[in-house]
Design a protein around this ligand. Structure first.
Ligand code: NAD
Ligand code: MG
Length: 389
């Protein structure tokens, strides 16, 4: 049999932590021999984006930042690679043919381009959990109607995806999301009141982008992941558990009706999840650190403390209330997080702001279109900003 045509990929958010890991996985799996890149997108880091473009020769490179258009254009002058910018540029990227799209833009900014790529029928490797938290069922439906697969990249959801056999879905009793506990796992609430961005971003096990690192410290990341899991796996809130597991070796678990619990384990390295999403239903060969159980010697578990980490309670509240509370939680949290990063809000106040906006907007009906989602997102942002100022 002859060689297969290279698979066509796009990487949204290629300059971020997940984006760079994705390019590394693509390189390990044969690079340009096996893959053809349709689009790469980044934001302000033009030097890196241009380097990636020269190496991977995509059809189109996009900076999300309109003001960086000229810089990107001149960085790639003479390369023959098309350049675009801003929201229209991102939508152009989404409109290119691709069989597989890595959705790794951070935050709600990733929603519109990812949704557009899904509607066109690409398989969506989803790192951008905000798509599911905000748009939930609408997003899942869009992927399904487009005809592509939804491949979870978030390590917890990828772990569940790995151990959840399609023909055993009826027997799933619960899922157990593991959480490292972050840098403040053992801190008192008094200590947490005054933490800085520098201490909050220092994740003990994973190396990630700034926002998700701080969300891990507040456990808002786990809150988003609970809502993400609900939509991905069609579960009810009571079926979603969280356990603190400081070593981050078990990436999550599925409990079945016969009492069995299946877990996926590995070194904390996002390339495992990315590679699984790329090679699915096969498994790639990747140079990930192998677990040495004798060296590990033990795995620890503890119940999460919802007093110090109210984000977990807010996730449950959002799931029980349903409607558009996921979008509200995510939008209010993003505004609060931005304010924390800029030194305008304390660490613990992020949850207070989020909860207040959630209460104010409780009872809104489920979104029937993406316009509803964007309207709620905007309203929640305005209210959160108003509370902070
Ligand atoms: P990051 O901050 O390292 O990278 C973000 C990417 O998005 C960059 O390419 C950046 O240029 C781009 N970007 C930033 N603002 C943008 C905007 N307004 N419009 C368009 N593009 C923009 O973030 P990350 O850690 O790689 O995370 C990316 C996504 O993956 C997030 O949704 C995060 O929650 C999720 N995720 C990350 C990890 C991880 O290990 N880093 C794990 C699980 C899930
Ligand atoms: Mg995760």
């Amino acid at each position: 049999t002859g060689r297969q045509a290279p698979r066509r990929l796009s990487i949204f958010g290629s300059t971020g932590s997940i984006g760079k890991n994705t390019i590394d996985v693509v390189d390990h799996l044969g690079g340009p021999e096996n893959f053809e890149i349709s689009a790469l997108t980044g934001n302000e880091n033009i030097a890196l984006l241009a380097d990636q473009a020269r190496a991977l020769r995509p059809a189109l490179v996009v900076t999300a930042s309109d003001s960086q258009y000229e810089a990107l254009k001149s960085a790639l002058a003479g390369s023959g690679i098309a350049v675009a910018a801003g929201q229209t540029g991102l939508m152009e990227a989404a409109d290119l043919e691709a069989e597989w799209v890595m959705a790794a833009i951070v935050g709600t900014a990733g929603l519109a381009p990812t949704l557009a790529a899904a509607r066109k029928g690409a398989d969506i490797a989803l790192a951008n959990k905000e798509c599911l938290v905000s748009a939930g069922g609408l997003f899942v439906d869009s992927v399904r109607r487009g005809g592509g697969k939804l491949l979870p990249v978030d390590s917890e959801h990828n772990a569940i995806f790995q151990v959840l056999e399609e023909n055993q879905r009826h027997a799933v009793e619960r899922i157990i999301l593991t959480a490292s506990g972050g840098p403040f796992r053992n801190s008192s609430i008094e200590e947490m009141a005054n933490v800085t961005v520098e201490t909050a971003r220092a994740h003990p096990n994973w190396s990630m982008g700034l926002k998700i690192s701080i969300d891990s410290a507040s456990m808002f990341n786990k809150a988003l992941e609970m809502i993400e899991a609900k939509h991905l796996f069609g579960l009810s809130p009571e079926q979603i558990e969280v356990i603190v597991h400081p070593q981050s070796v078990i990436h999550s678990m599925v409990g079945y009706t016969d009492g069995s619990v299946l877990a996926q384990l590995g070194a904390p390295d996002m390339r495992t999840a990315i590679g699984y999403a790329l090679a699915h239903p096969l498994r790639p060969n990747l140079p990930i650190e192998r677990l040495d159980f004798a060296k590990l010697s033990r795995l620890d578990f503890e119940a999460p403390d919802e007093k110090r980490f109210p984000a977990l309670r807010l996730a449950r509240l959002a799931m029980v209330r349903d409607g558009v509370q996921g979008a509200v939680l995510n939008a209010a949290k993003e505004v609060a997080l931005e304010a924390f990063i800029e030194g305008r809000l304390s660490f613990l106040s992020m949850a207070d702001v989020t909860e207040t906006v959630m209460d104010q907007l409780a009872g809104l009906p489920a979104a029937s279109s993406m316009d509803d989602v964007f309207a709620v997102d905007k309203e929640a942002r305005q209210r959160a900003a108003g509370l902070i100022n």
